[in-house]
Design a protein around this ligand. Structure first.
Ligand code: ADP
Ligand code: ADP
Ligand code: ZN
Length: 215
């Protein structure tokens, strides 16, 4: 099974992708995580992407398409993947379709995690994650059980993203509405679009997603 999780920055895509992986035997492919890894490693792609990401704009289609194309050739993706944060433009969606045909695979679901803009600033400015294992947290909505200690791995080191500030969030939301929202009718026409209410509690959103994937 292959699925695309669509939705605005801070909508809960990454949180939900991680919760679905085990149950459905899937691998999470987050272009945001891959690009941040490229930036951290100082690779040529990372050098190109950094300024664009810090400005809240989208990295070029060519770069992210190439990253995904290469990643899909690794054997752990064979059972199925959750695309998180990709595609983000109609050109990326078309490239993904062509790529999947070429690799003899298909998309089963595109699911929009719908959250109105006014909730997203608080979601994003309160976001942090474990520096060691990547587990995601929120200052108010998803605190570690023991303050300052990661639930999953016990690490005491946490990180916040450079682009998770109020100014950049506004630009990222503009990019979402202008460039990514057109994917909703794109997948609707293909008959694979579902919508879940992303304003619910994290566990409720997971149950809504599981219901779609188990149907
Ligand atoms: P995305 O991957 O769509 O950008 P995240 O999954 O990183 O979003 O979620 C953004 C922030 O909001 C994180 O700090 C996360 O803990 C929190 N969060 C995710 N889902 C919910 C929810 N349903 N209710 C409240 N906070 C949430
Ligand atoms: P969020 O879900 O909070 O928007 P991501 O981690 O998905 O964050 O993306 C962070 C940044 O990485 C984006 O603002 C953009 O600059 C870049 N990026 C990630 N995925 C893509 C993509 N598919 N196409 C273009 N740029 C991307
Ligand atoms: Zn951890």
């Amino acid at each position: 099974m292959n699925l695309v999780l669509l939705g605005p920055p801070g909508g809960g895509k990454g949180t939900q992708a991680k919760r679905l992986l085990e149950k459905f035997g899937l691998v999470q492919l987050s272009t945001g995580d891959m690009l941040r890894a490229a930036v951290a490693s100082g690779s040529p792609i990372g050098k190109k992407a950094k300024a664009v990401m810090d400005a809240g704009q989208l990295v070029s289609d060519d770069i992210v398409i190439a990253i995904i194309d290469e990643r899909l050739d690794q054997p752990d993706t064979k059972n199925g993947v959750i695309f998180d944060g990709f595609p983000r433009t109609v050109a990326q969606a078309e490239a993904l379709d062509a790529m999947l045909v070429r690799k003899g695979r298909k998309l089963d679901h595109a699911i929009e995690v719908r959250v109105p803009d006014q909730l997203l600033i608080e979601r994003i400015t309160g976001r942090f994650s474990c520096a060691k294992c990547g587990a995601g947290y929120h200052d108010k909505f998803q605190k570690p059980k023991v303050a300052g200690v990661c639930d999953s791995c016990g690490s005491k080191e946490f990180i916040r993203r450079a682009d998770d500030n109020a100014e950049t969030v506004t630009k990222r939301l503009d990019a979402y509405h202008a460039q990514t929202a057109p994917l909703l009718p794109y997948y609707e026409k293909k008959g694979i679009l579902n919508v879940v209410d992303g304003t619910q509690e994290i566990g409720q959103v997971t149950r809504a997603l599981e219901a779609i994937l188990s149907a």
